[in-house]
Ligand binder design. Structure first.
Ligand code: CO
Length: 171
C-alpha cells in the first residue's frame, strides 16, 4: 500500500532514482490514486512527464503529457521502450535533477508497449518529443537519470550543482 499523502518529488541522488523499479502487480485503487497524485505533481512543477520513482515509489509506471495538461496525460504501466532510428542531441531537464539543463543524446524514434489504467495492453510508435520523453521516463524506471547520460564535459560544467544536490541529499 502506497501512502499517497507522503508522495513528493525526489531529487538525485535519492536511492529510489538509482535502482530499477519493480513491476506493478495489480492496477488497484491505490495505483489510480498514485497516478492522480503524480499528475498533480507534474502539473504543479510544469513537467511534461513523471515516473513513479520521482515521487518516491519504485514501481514501473510513468505518465507523459506533452502539453502539460491533465486532459492529455497518458499513463504507461509496466512499459517496455525499444529505441530505433538515428541519434539526436537536445537540451533536457528533469524535475528530479533541478538546476541542470544539459544536452542528452537519444534515439529519434521508439516503440512502447505498456498497459493502461484499465489493464489493457497497447502499443505506440513515437518520434520527436514523445520519443524523447518516453526514453527519458523509461530511464527513470530502469534506475537512470540524465546524470547517467551526461558526458564528461557536461559533468564538469554542472559539477557545482551536482555537488549541491549530493550535499542536500546527505543533509
Ligand atoms: Co526526469
Amino acid at each position: 500500500m502506497i501512502d499517497i499523502e507522503k508522495c513528493h518529488i525526489t531529487h538525485y541522488p535519492a536511492k529510489v532514482l538509482l535502482q530499477a523499479s519493480k513491476p506493478v502487480e495489480e492496477i488497484d485503487d491505490n495505483i489510480h490514486q498514485l497516478v492522480d497524485k503524480m499528475i498533480d505533481i507534474m502539473i504543479e512543477n510544469k513537467g511534461i512527464g513523471l515516473a513513479a520513482p520521482q515521487v518516491g515509489v519504485g514501481l514501473r509506471l510513468f505518465i507523459i503529457s506533452l502539453d502539460g495538461t491533465r486532459e492529455l496525460t497518458k499513463v504507461y504501466v509496466n512499459p517496455t521502450v525499444t529505441s530505433t532510428g538515428g541519434l539526436e542531441t537536445l537540451e533536457e531537464g528533469c524535475l528530479s535533477v533541478p538546476g541542470i539543463s544539459t544536452k542528452i543524446r537519444r534515439y529519434t524514434k521508439c516503440e512502447v508497449k505498456a498497459v493502461d489504467l484499465d489493464g489493457n495492453e497497447f502499443g505506440e510508435e513515437a518520434e520527436g518529443l514523445l520519443a524523447r520523453a518516453l526514453q527519458h521516463e523509461y530511464d527513470h524506471i530502469e534506475g537512470f537519470t540524465i546524470v547517467n547520460r551526461m558526458g564528461q564535459t557536461a559533468k564538469i560544467v554542472n559539477r557545482k550543482q551536482l555537488k549541491k544536490l549530493k550535499e542536500e541529499h546527505e543533509a
